[in-house]
Design a protein around this ligand. Structure first.
Ligand SMILES: [Ca+2]
Length: 457
């Protein structure tokens, strides 16, 4: 067993703290003046999160729910609930709120509706509930197990960007005939913008924005509009976790080339701005800090997550060059997403503890997100358009059984003795049980076309 795999066997499952309990465990890694707190718990495999402008927190759960919380308290009733194909890395992996949410309160998710297909689905939010379920982009490839990618973010240009992993077939990353192994760019209604780099005016693959990625699990935009992307590394001596500065039309090398941030030779591939292996195992989150809770020296720093080590790292940039890199927080339960609150604190999501934690600078008495909201004000529009479209109102439950966590942990209940096997997948361990996926039920809305999927049975 390699040291990398050995580490997986001791990845911690820890008892969840109550909301806003101070975490002492991470204190050793914290820089002076910072504190880590538990902000929200009781989640079932949270994968992605984002605050709305008024301070409500939306959280995606892997098996198919989006939850909503206010001031660290989770509402029982989900925003949406979909039966999904959630085997191994599949499920609900990405989520974004409309950049003009105050005016157009839309929620977008990226999710597996089958083993073969991911979709980007849009909802209008009415009183904190998703209605008018609309598939804006279907036929996004999935391998059914590993390397889905699945990050979903709006860019400063108002376009919707999403990432797709190589689906476990590395050559996909260099092919223009598939979205696998790519960063893609579409309009908020799912069309292909005419100024995409490979746009032909027709065809799904004109959505490609950049190529040559293995499993680009998360990306972010900086305040000045740069796109930083975390690409999960492979196995063996050459494996490198990468942070890439993604430009339109460029090729980031996988599988021909991995890592080599220091390599300035021209081979047609854009090198990462940072890559690593020894100090980490699986890069699984990235944020460019824009807020004002942290001291000014932290503004525009990159913070990235290593999933396997459950750590938050800090990078200081000089231009596009990495000036320093350091451990910032020792987290606990397999970190998968990092986000900034409207309060300027940094929030991160742990899939195995089911918690959202946050990092704050203690000297800055920043107001709590949502502090002035009424307790029953869940946001979005106040008028329901068509109640029959309420996607939340379905009777099919939490989605298919048979996910890796169901199998190992008993319907998502974490156990200290069990290995988070999703870790093996995120970092791309060759998956010998891949062909056994027929054991996972396909009870989700399996279809290959566009048009709304219906969550009612
Ligand atoms: Ca690369």
């Amino acid at each position: 067993m390699s040291s990398r795999n050995l580490l997986l066997t001791i990845s911690p499952f820890l008892v969840a703290a109550g909301p806003c309990a101070t975490i002492s465990r991470g204190a050793d890694a914290l820089e002076a003046g910072f504190a880590v707190e538990s902000y929200l718990d009781g989640l079932n495999e949270p994968t992605a999160m984002q605050f709305d402008p008024e301070g409500r927190l939306f959280v995606a759960e892997k098996s198919g729910k989006v939850r909503i919380a206010m001031r660290g308290q989770l509402r029982d009733e989900p925003v949406i609930e979909l039966p999904l194909y959630d085997f191994f890395e599949c499920g609900l992996s990405g989520m974004a709120l409309d950049p003009n949410y105050d005016v157009t309160p839309y929620l977008y998710i990226c999710a597996n509706v089958s083993a073969d297909e991911q979709q980007i689905i849009r909802y209008r939010i009415v009183n904190g509930r998703g209605v008018e379920q609309t598939v804006i982009r279907g036929n996004i490839p999935s391998g059914g197990t590993i390397h889905n990618g699945g990050c979903l973010r709006f860019g400063p240009d108002g376009m919707l960007y999403f990432s797709v992993g190589d689906n476990g077939t590395s050559d996909n990353a260099q092919s223009h005939n598939t979205l696998a192994g790519k960063v893609c760019r579409i309009t908020p209604t799912g069309d292909t913008p005419s100024n995409n780099p490979f746009s032909t005016g027709t065809g799904a693959h004109s959505a490609i924005f950049a190529l040559g990625f293995r499993n680009p699990f998360r990306f972010c935009f900086s305040a000045d509009g740069r796109l930083f992307l975390a690409d999960v590394g492979s196995f063996g001596d050459g494996r490198r976790e990468e942070i890439n500065l993604v430009h339109s039309g460029m090729n980031y090398g996988w599988p021909t080339k991995e890592g080599a941030a220091s390599d300035t030779s021209s081979d047609g591939f854009e090198p990462p701005i940072y890559d690593y292996s020894l100090e980490g195992q699986c890069i699984a989150g990235i944020l460019s800090y824009k807020g004002s809770n942290f001291p000014t020296a932290y503004r525009d720093n990159l913070f990235y997550l290593d999933y396997t080590l459950s750590k938050v790292f800090r990078i200081q940039l000089e231009g596009n060059t990495v000036a320093s890199q350091s451990l910032f927080v020792q987290a606990e339960g397999s970190t998968v997403d990092i986000s900034e609150g409207p309060d300027g604190r940094i929030y991160y999501c742990e899939i195995t503890t089911g918690e959202i934690k946050r990092i704050g600078y203690s000297a800055n008495n920043t107001p709590e997100p949502g502090a002035d909201l009424a307790g029953d004000d869940w946001g979005g529009d106040t008028a329901v358009g068509n109640e029959n479209d309420n996607a939340n109102d379905n009777s099919t439950g939490n989605g298919p059984n048979g996910s890796i966590f169901d199998v190992l942990c008993g319907a998502g209940t974490a156990s200290a003795s069990l290995i988070p096997l999703a870790a093996l997948i995120l970092i791309g361990m060759p998956l010998r049980r891949q062909r056994n996926r027929q054991s996972a039920k396909r009870t989700g809305p399996v279809h290959g076309g566009s048009g709304p999927i219906r969550s009612r049975s």
